[in-house]
Structure formats: structure tokens, C-alpha cells
Write a protein that binds this ligand. Structure first.
Ligand SMILES: [Zn+2]
Length: 213
């Protein structure tokens, strides 16, 4: 260690932990640590408690794998949601974005990523088998409702497309309608950066994928 050592050990440890966060380098970690030291004790403790809370009370939904405060999640257990339609997304953040459009009243399935051969992401690291189980057995789906439609809400780029193709293959044996978002999304963009208007158009204009095509 060349830059450390000047701070008291607990401060060094905080900087070390912070610099492990995505997008936070040593310098930013140092700035955040100094900020925390300057904060009043209540504010700093609230941050510590918030971290503890998410780690002890938030878990993936047992049905759809979205981050949830209850089991199953609010959406899976909501009788106003159409549980026969599943929108497949890469991450909980995409689900939240679709929710803000107000254009979708079905349920979700969060894959926890997408297939990426270069990064070594294989099908068994995603929740695809649980998606297939929901289609195969109504008992595994939200409110035990049989699944009629699966919408593939993946990013329109290479990894998103190959993940979608793989899921279509897995769902081939089942009598379920498979559709994809309308191609209003600029190709190659991540879904998480799409605007609310584009997302609601994409979901309303979704197109059926014919089996075997
Ligand atoms: Zn759920």
C-alpha cells in the first residue's frame, strides 16, 4: 500500500470497503469516508442501518426473483395483477422502469443478468429454469395462475438477443404465447436507459414470436 497508512486504521478500513463499490475509486472512497466522519452521528448511523436493513430484510422473491421486502413480492401477490402474463427482464431495475410506465399490469420474472459467453455467464447462473418451471406448473407461478404469455423484455443488443433466443428454445415445448418488445428501442442500447414513453410503446406494441421461427 503506497497511498494509505496516514489515516487511523478504522478510517483506512472504511476507505478500503468503499473503494470496493462499483465505480468508486480510492480517491472517491477517501472523499466519502471524510464526508461520513464530518457528518453528525445520527446521519452516519442511518446510513449504516440502511445497509444493515437491506441485507437482513430484502431477498429475491421466491417466484419472480425481483428484490422483495416480503415473500412473495408485492406484485406476485397482488390480485389486481394479471398473473397469466410474465414480462421477463434482466434486473430488478428494469422492472422498476417498466412499472413507472403504468402500461403493464402483468407480473415479472427477473433473470439476474443475461447470457454472456465472453463474461462466462451461462444459463444456470440465471433464473431461466425457474421461468420454465412457472410456465410448466401453475403452482410455481404467481397466485398459482397458469401462464398464457411470456414477454421478453431484454435489451436489444447481442447478449439480450441471444438470451431471448435461448429462452424461446426452452419454452418451445409449452403451449404459451411468446412475444418480444416492439422494436422502438434503439438497437444496442441498454433497456435501463430507455425513456418511460419508449418503454410503454415497446410493451403496448409487443409482437408475437412464432414457434420455430
Ligand atoms: Zn415476485
Amino acid at each position: 500500500m503506497t497511498t494509505g497508512g496516514a489515516y487511523p486504521k478504522p478510517v483506512e478500513q472504511l476507505i478500503e470497503q468503499l473503494s470496493r463499490l462499483p465505480g468508486v475509486g480510492r480517491r472517491s472512497a477517501e472523499r466519502i469516508a471524510i464526508h461520513v466522519l464530518k457528518q453528525n452521528t445520527d446521519d452516519a448511523m442511518q446510513l449504516a442501518r440502511a445497509i444493515e436493513q437491506v441485507k437482513t430484510t430484502v431477498n429475491p422473491c421466491s417466484i419472480c426473483h425481483a428484490l422483495a421486502h416480503a415473500q412473495p413480492c408485492q406484485i406476485c401477490s397482488d390480485p389486481r395483477r394479471n398473473a397469466s402474463t410474465i414480462l421477463v427482464v434482466e434486473q430488478t431495475r428494469d422492472q422498476i422502469n417498466f412499472e413507472t410506465t403504468g402500461a403493464y399490469d402483468g407480473v415479472y420474472h427477473v433473470l439476474n443478468g443475461r447470457l454472456d459467453a465472453l463474461a462466462g455467464v451461462e444459463p444456470d447462473q440465471l433464473t431461466i429454469s425457474d421461468l420454465v418451471a412457472r410456465v410448466r406448473k401453475p403452482a410455481r407461478n404467481s397466485r398459482q395462475v397458469p401462464v398464457a404469455e411470456v414477454i421478453l423484455g431484454l435489451s436489444p443488443d447481442m447478449e439480450g438477443d441471444s438470451t431471448a433466443l435461448y429462452i424461446v428454445e426452452q419454452l418451445q415445448p409449452f403451449d404459451v404465447r411468446i412475444s418480444r418488445l416492439a422494436r422502438g428501442l434503439p438497437s444496442g442500447t441498454q433497456l435501463e436507459f430507455a425513456s418511460t414513453a419508449v418503454l410503454s410503446d415497446a410493451i403496448r406494441g409487443r409482437q408475437r414470436i412464432e414457434h420455430g421461427s
